[in-house]
Design a protein around this ligand. Structure first.
Ligand SMILES: C[S@@+](CC[C@H](N)C(=O)[O-])C[C@H]1O[C@@H](n2cnc3c(N)ncnc32)[C@H](O)[C@@H]1O
Length: 346
């Protein structure tokens, strides 16, 4: 039997990133996040891991090591929120907004794993004309890691979504990490292939599927599962249903009569999925993106499919919270590709 590598997931959310590593046969020993609902989901779905609710801002890695009797950490993964990196000249300063990134750095420095994966929004690479990126490379070099970074497009890795994310992979052994090559460039999974087997109306949690899977992707997401969770539809106002009813598959507000263009003052308003293409980046529940066919926003389960969560992965908390957990996550199938690749370097 091959050795299972131990992973800690920081800022783990519901555990999309962890899920990818688990599917690649890693042992995720710990997930940490300060969001109770997300940790409830994490623990529900990752029975062999321990998700803990804690604020990473001031968390001491030594305390975590002692309290959870952690012996050996091979990898640290995670996506510290870095929306507002503040920099002075070419340096990330010790500003409040940077402390979460610094926490990630502190954990890596303390546990000294064989490697780490840090995920973030793509524009982290261009922030401050590249100053943020340079500082990240330097900070980790100073504690002994060689970083390779790249932007990956989820739809290149069998995820039905054009979501782009930046990944920094650091290795202690100084090897050059080569990112996985795209596997679905000409045969991207479409939103129809992702969700066309899920019905227009709500299903009570635990109900059986109403029809057979219609695509290979759907079969894969069902994975032998027999019942559906998190498929409760949103009931929109009559006016909303009427307006979105005028937008065709793949269309947006530009397809509406001129006088309706201004009904929602954001340019992503009244956007429908395109059934023949991967989805755009799903959101955390702002209700501007609609199903390609039905006059409603996708359900949590449909959103989870678009993120490549298998149907057996169940989301806890309120519906609002579930949307946010799904929308925040790293698509498990994308995470899995990275996880498989890193194994060659450990
Ligand atoms: C982008 S999400 C992570 C998604 C996760 N990697 C996944 O794949 O599901 C960022 C997470 O950071 C968490 N977070 C933000 N500030 C935090 C803090 N001070 N301590 C712990 N977690 C924090 C949020 O609750 C959120 O779940």
């Amino acid at each position: 039997m091959s050795k299972k590598y131990n992973v800690i997931d920081l800022f783990c959310g519901c555990g999309g990133l962890s899920q990818g590593f688990i599917e690649a046969d890693y042992n995720v020993i710990l997930g940490i996040d300060h969001w109770k609902d997300a940790i409830e989901t994490f623990n529900y779905n990752h029975k062999n891991s321990k998700g803990i609710v804690a604020d990473l801002l001031n968390l001491d890695p030594q305390e975590i090591k002692t309290r959870y009797a952690i012996e050996n950490v091979d990898l640290i993964v995670g996506g510290p929120p870095c929306q507002g990196f503040s920099i002075a000249g070419k340096r990330i300063i010790d500003d409040e907004r940077n402390q979460l990134y610094k926490s990630f750095l502190r954990f890596v420095d303390y546990f000294k794993p064989k490697g780490f994966v840090m995920e973030n929004v793509p524009n982290i690479l261009s922030m401050g004309n590249g100053a943020v990126k340079s500082q990240i490379l330097k900070d980790f070099k100073d504690i002994g890691y060689k970083i390779n970074y790249n932007k990956l497009l989820a739809s290149d890795f069998a995820v039905p979504q054009n979501r782009r994310r930046a990944f920094f992979v650091g290795l202690k052994n100084s090897l050059e990490f080569e990112f996985p090559k795209p596997i679905t460039t000409d045969n991207k999974i479409t939103s129809e292939e992702a969700i066309s087997d899920l019905p227009k109306d709500s299903l009570e949690d635990g109900c059986q599927y109403t029809i057979n899977p219609k695509s290979v992707f759907q079969r894969e997401m069902r994975n032998g599962n027999k019942v559906v969770f998190n498929h409760q539809i949103t009931n929109h106002s009559e006016k909303t249903v009427e307006i979105i009813g005028m937008v065709p598959d793949g269309g947006n507000y530009k397809d509406l009569p001129k006088e309706l263009h201004e009904t929602r003052k954001v340019n992503i308003a009244w956007t429908r999925l395109n059934s023949k293409k991967p989805s755009f980046t799903i959101d955390t529940g702002h209700r501007h993106h609609f199903h390609y066919e039905f006059n409603r926003v996708p359900t949590v389960r449909e959103s989870a499919r678009i993120q490549s969560f298998r149907d057996e992965f169940i989301f806890c908390g309120s519906k609002t919270s579930q949307y946010k957990q799904v929308g925040n996550a790293v698509p498990p199938l994308l995470a899995k590709e990275i996880a498989l690749k890193i194994k060659n370097y450990l």
